[in-house]
Design a protein around this ligand. Structure first.
Ligand code: ADP
Ligand code: MG
Length: 240
């Protein structure tokens, strides 16, 4: 689904991503972990072309993506993103939030988009919230709406950047459950997370970053039960 080759990215003098090589297989859940500042968000943003790489290749579904020559709206339809702070449109109802991109970017007929939005809301357990504004929702509900909104574009891949980090602890579970259900349906996902329980249980593959490099990359089973690198062992100790 995704192949990254020798990706490098700097902000001024700060070399944030160093020779990143990575792949994401169809229907896999890849969890990206590592301490704050290690480059996880920048890597996700490069994958969604919110950030421009300096060098290297990003290949999505077999096609190398070049923002200069390609229609990025088409590429972004394939790769959805869910953010830490939800980023719902505050002046729109939940339903309007969900149909906005399908109707205006993808040109889906409005009644079709509304039906799809209602189905997605039912799926994330919020069918009764279609007509309320985001300010009336809890953080967990907002994030489930944000997931429904991303799904409404029918992406092939969903990226999550610390989707539960802004939530009160008692609201984390409902969002992780929604993500787990998506994973079980075969959605291809790349998830930046500090939730090691989720990474261990739902993640198929774990990528551990430190100071802009991938230090270790392994199946969830191997990564948690038999990490090779000293840095990984130290990191896992801090999260235990
Ligand atoms: P993580 O998500 O792992 O915490 P980030 O990818 O957000 O790490 O950040 C990696 C490094 O890049 C940090 O040192 C951060 O301060 C820096 N950085 C991130 N975005 C920018 C930016 N837009 N401009 C300058 N520096 C940035
Ligand atoms: Mg981050």
């Amino acid at each position: 689904m995704i192949r990254i080759k020798n990706l490098n990215k700097s902000f001024g003098d700060l070399h944030v991503l160093k020779d990143i090589d990575m792949k994401v297989l169809e229907s896999d859940v890849v969890c990206l972990i590592g301490s704050s500042g290690s480059g996880k968000s920048t890597l996700l943003r490069c994958l969604n072309f919110l950030e421009k790489k300096d060098s290297g290749q990003i290949i999505i579904e077999g096609e190398e993506i070049n923002p200069e020559t390609q229609n990025m709206n088409k590429v972004r339809e394939k790769v959805g993103m869910v953010f830490q702070h939800f980023q719902l449109f505050p002046h729109m109802t939940v339903l309007e939030n969900i149909i906005e991109a399908p109707v205006h970017v993808k040109k889906v007929p409005k009644n079709e988009a509304i039906q799809e939005a209602r189905d997605l809301l039912a799926k994330v357990g919020l069918e009764d919230k279609a007509d309320v504004y985001p300010s009336k929702l809890s953080g967990g509900q907002k994030q489930r709406v944000a997931i429904a909104r991303a799904m409404a574009m029918q992406p092939d891949i969903l990226l999550f950047d610390e989707p539960t980090s802004a939530l009160d602890p008692e609201l984390v579970g409902e969002v992780l459950t929604t993500m787990k259900e998506l994973a079980e349906e075969g959605m291809t996902m790349v998830v930046v997370t500090h939730e090691m329980g989720f990474a261990r249980e739902v993640g198929d593959w774990i990528v551990f970053m430190h100071e802009g490099r991938i230090i270790e990359s392994a199946s969830s089973e191997t990564f948690f039960n038999n990490p090779k690198e000293q840095r990984t062992k130290e990191f896992l100790k801090t999260t235990a």
